[in-house]
Design a protein around this ligand. Structure first.
Ligand code: 5GP
Ligand code: MG
Length: 177
């Protein structure tokens, strides 16, 4: 068994309820006859996107982009994007699905790159909006949870590559190691 990495912060029930709410909001804004293309950021959004997209009972397409800026528990400030070269979103209605909006640095770079490709519309869906470290003010259209600045792991979120496969979200406590 994998030991808990800290305090349980968002339980399976809370995550499921947030996913139901996010899916209902997106379905409301994008009725089935409207085009919808999802851009999923890896690696952290793997489980979130898989669970959210299966709740969107309508035609859609998606692409994966790898975005990284964190080393350990600190944002490195440098944003690396990989996978954008194959993406064609010109004239399409796009929703970006990301795990956490924290400083805003990663998404500011990604959204700018996507805008340059002239989508018809571009919206942002995040599982967690952290409010304690904002550097670039970015507004997410769909937000699952809001919290201050604690470092989280589980449900796709890692610390140095570990804990992603935990089904629930924990506040990482270095003292439990
Ligand atoms: P930002 O560029 O907004 O500071 O950071 C965004 C990315 O950093 C998120 O998409 C996520 O991958 C990572 N990140 C931010 N906060 C956390 C956290 O609490 N835990 C983990 N594991 N990753 C985080
Ligand atoms: Mg991310």
């Amino acid at each position: 068994m994998q030991p808990a990495p800290g305090k349980l912060t968002f339980s399976k029930q809370q995550i499921d309820a947030a996913l139901d709410q996010l899916a209902a909001e997106i379905m409301h804004d994008f009725p089935a006859q409207k085009d919808l293309h999802i851009i999923i950021t890896l690696q952290g959004s793997l489980f979130f996107a898989a669970d959210l997209l299966r709740r969107l009972d309508r035609p859609l397409t998606y692409d994966l982009v790898r975005a990284s800026s964190y080393i350990g528990r600190m944002s490195s400030g440098a944003v690396l994007l990989d996978g954008l070269e194959h993406i064609d979103i010109t004239g399409r209605q796009v929703v970006v699905v990301d795990d956490i909006l924290d400083t805003g640095l990663t998404l500011s770079v990604l959204l700018q790159e996507l805008y340059m490709r002239h989508p018809l519309s571009l919206r942002l869906c995040v599982l967690i909006r952290k409010t304690g470290n904002i550097k670039v003010p970015i507004t997410a259209d769909y937000v699952g949870f809001t919290m201050d600045k604690e470092f989280l792991v589980g449900y796709g979120l890692d610390h140095n590559g570990q804990y992603r496969n935990l089904p629930e979200i924990y506040t990482y406590d270095p003292l439990t190691k």
